[in-house]
Design a protein around this ligand. Structure first.
Ligand code: PA5
Length: 450
């Protein structure tokens, strides 16, 4: 059974009815995914992935781990978008924010590069690497992404310069398409160990493939639990159950979003009160933005870290244009019981905190926020998982992927392509004069009067 719950108690009757009326459409959308006859059905490899391939991949990754036999204390992930956000979502959520990698027993630290074209980011990382023994995982489905290629070229040169080509070879592992692309050709040429990005899974749906699992395994995360969590979510909607009467949070969340869209809302906030979830929100944001933002359609997705953002964008959420909906993301169990202490001499001012844990006050702050925002005209729902651990995150990945597939089908867009992202990539290739992009370069230069 999946632990994910969706709480809609703060939605008003009009909204509840609007969402209820489209529940059947969401069931149809789910069955089109399960029967593989939805738009973009060639990209459905993520659906039920733990059972179809994930557990087998786990064995391969463990075998690789047994085989490499090199000492390392840092993982460098080179990749952008769907090729790094899922991994970062897990490692930031589950690692100690200050002490990660400080002792033998800790989860190892992962650092990320190739997420921008900033020279400073690369220079500073190279300086940091001198004091470390890194292992490098370069991740690109197409194997052609500019940011990734530039960062990889510089990091590979550093690794070969420092360790020599033979040793560097064991410290570099490639994750890319099985056949196509520059990175695949390079892995073959150099003899690097490699993993595949399945050809039926797009970047933002790939966290549970080698794209996310390999670097997380190298850092010591429990990737079996991640798969187990996702498996439990997929099991809870498996197609042998009758879909006609199915009432599931994955459907209800898609209906909430679709109802909001129909009622004219423009924006969705994903509000979380554990700052460690900020990259999970980044992953969620990419998932929905790249999957649904097409042909002028879709809700603009934005993460909001509370309490911090309540003291910055809170005013706008409460009282700005009434164009947003809000999804709170929470975990029901927290075993840390840090209690508030009174400040000596000011006991009176602290009396309302007596016998309260910091976490219970955090929950009350979220409740207070939900009440305030819904009173202010922001339709709010809450999605919760049992615990902030690998299993909980695995469930959430599967939950949002599936609900996004359903939501996009209800909206009438293909969630699995990203033609608009390709526009900037193509323009950049044209401006750089890349082979094959000469005519694009010529027409851009003409436009720019160059
Ligand atoms: O979701 C997607 O497809 C994109 O965000 C890609 O992951 C991103 O553009 C990186 O592409 P690649 O993995 O080909 O380097």
């Amino acid at each position: 059974m999946s632990s994910i719950k969706l709480d809609t108690e703060f939605l008003d009757t009009e909204f509840q009815n609007q969402a209820e009326n489209i529940l059947d459409r969401s069931r149809l959308a789910l069955s089109s995914i399960q029967n593989k006859n939805c738009t973009g059905s060639q990209w459905l490899g993520w659906y039920d992935y733990p059972r179809s391939s994930g557990y087998a991949l786990l064995e391969k990754i463990c075998a690789y781990g047994d085989d490499i036999k090199i000492a390392y204390d840092l993982i460098v992930v080179i990749g952008i978008g769907g090729s790094y956000l899922g991994c970062r979502a897990v490692s930031e959520a589950l690692s100690h924010q200050y002490l990660a990698g400080n002792s033998e027993n800790d989860l190892k630290k992962i650092v990320y590069i190739g997420t921008s074209l900033s020279d400073k980011s690369i220079i500073e990382l190279l300086e940091f690497l001198d004091a470390k023994n890194p292992i490098v995982n370069v991740v690109s489905k197409t194997g052609e992404t500019t940011e990734t290629a530039i960062a990889f070229g510089l990091i590979e040169k550093y690794m070969i310069g420092r360790y020599g080509a033979d040793v560097a070879k064991d410290r570099i592992v490639v994750t890319t398409d099985a056949e196509k692309g520059l990175l695949r050709a390079l892995a073959k040429d150099r003899g690097y160990r490699s993993f595949e990005v399945p050809n039926n899974i797009g970047g933002r749906f790939s966290v549970l493939s080698a794209v996310g699992l390999l670097p997380l395994f190298l850092a010591g995360h429990n990737i079996r639990d991640l798969l187990k969590g996702a498996d439990s979510l997929f099991s809870s909607v498996r197609s042998e159950q009758s879909i006609d009467g199915l009432d599931h949070p994955v459907l209800r969340y898609a209906c909430f979003r679709n109802a909001a869209y129909q009622l004219g809302y423009k924006l969705e906030l994903l509000a979380y009160s554990q700052p460690k979830m900020s990259f999970f929100a980044g992953w969620w944001q990419q998932l929905y933005a790249e999957s649904e933002g097409k042909s002028g359609l879709g809700l603009f997705p934005i993460g909001a870290s509370y309490s911090s953002d309540l003291h910055s964008i809170g005013q706008m959420v409460q009282d700005g244009p009434r164009n947003m909906i809000e999804t709170f993301l929470s975990f029901r169990n927290n075993d840390s019981k840090l209690m508030v202490t009174e400040v000596q001499g000011f006991e009176e001012s602290f009396s309302h905190f007596e016998d309260r844990s910091v976490d219970s006050i955090n929950s009350d702050a979220m409740l207070a926020t939900k009440i305030a925002h819904s009173d202010g005209g922001v339709p709010c729902v809450e999605i919760s998982a049992e615990s902030l651990d690998a299993e909980g995150l695995g469930e959430l990945f599967a939950f949002f992927q599936l609900s996004c597939g359903i939501s996009a089908a209800m909206l009438g867009v293909n969630p699995y392509d990203q033609p608009a992202v390709e526009s900037y990539k193509t323009n950049l290739f044209g401006l750089l004069g890349k082979k094959g992009y000469e005519s694009i370069g010529a027409s851009l230069n003409a436009r720019l009067n160059k």
